[in-house]
Design a protein around this ligand. Sequence first.
Ligand SMILES: NC(=O)c1ccc[n+]([C@@H]2O[C@H](COP(=O)([O-])OP(=O)(O)OC[C@H]3O[C@@H](n4cnc5c(N)ncnc54)[C@H](OP(=O)(O)O)[C@@H]3O)[C@@H](O)[C@H]2O)c1
Length: 305
Amino acid sequence: MSNATILVTGAAGGTQGQTGRHVSEMLLAKGVPVRAFVRKIDARAEHLRSLGAELVEGDFLDYHSVERALQGVSTIYFAYPVQAGLLDATAIMADAARKAGVTRLIDMVMLVSSPDAPTPRMRQNYLSERIFEWAGVGAAHVRATVFFENVRALTSATIARDGSILLPWGSDSTVVPLVSAEDVARVAVGALTSPEVAPGSSHPVIGDVVTLRDIVTTFERVLGRKVRYQEIPDEAWANAALARGLNQHAVEHLSKLWQSIRTQPRTFGVTDTILELGGRKPKTFEEFVREQQAAFKAQPAAKSA
Ligand SMILES: NC(=O)c1ccc[n+]([C@@H]2O[C@H](COP(=O)([O-])OP(=O)(O)OC[C@H]3O[C@@H](n4cnc5c(N)ncnc54)[C@H](OP(=O)(O)O)[C@@H]3O)[C@@H](O)[C@H]2O)c1
């Protein structure tokens, strides 16, 4: 394994899967030097520095900050969050990486990436992959399904409140392929460091395949309480998500994803990539819920001073 520095974007970790933070920590634990690309030097960045990372402040949409971050780097982990601006960020990174002589770029995209994919974000992901390939920077693509962390964000508040799950996911036999963001990061680390990853290759990542009924019974078994799924209309879900602060781009992507999941059932299977590139058996949804039990329980009211 080369000991050249790897630039990790999204390294602080945000509100989705925090894959950049996991990737940084896993690389540092292997002794691989990391340059952590962060929006600002805050406590999350300082934590990475304490583990040995070099910090660089920048913005995906600010060309010169990306150019500076790439100085002396030949390998990049690129994960642009589910928010507007992916194609601008891709074009900036592709151009700067080509100029810097980058030879490997691992991008984090979604499971379905094609011009005919069901959501606008997935179609952008396809174009983003192609732009990186044209740039000749050794691009390979980690294509991940919906993160367990996303299910936690969608259900934890209502389960904690009254044991309900309010989603437009159709009947309880709807099949949902899922994965732990940590396993996705593990696959990305394998792709960043393995000599066997070919430019242009794509690596699908599914860690568990469950029905909505399985999700409900898993919550009941682990949390020891009654949990009830209630199907709600797409519009009600979108309005509630916007009111909770989810950005418009993510709401449009997820609304189309839910429609596709419930109306165009496909057969999914757990992929070998987590074991082969990540070196571990995939985490199951049940293991994730057991680790995260506290998130699904009502928090005791803070005592007043
Ligand atoms: N969520 C899912 O279920 C799912 C499923 C499949 C694939 N994916 C893919 O996973 C990726 C999401 O990555 P993630 O889970 O690691 O995201 P995340 O946890 O939300 O982290 C996003 C990071 O990007 C940083 N960031 C945001 N805007 C930035 C900007 N303009 N310039 C510089 N940094 C910026 C954030 O910094 P601050 O926190 O400081 O803003 C944060 O550190 C996406 O590519 C998505 O397509 C997600």
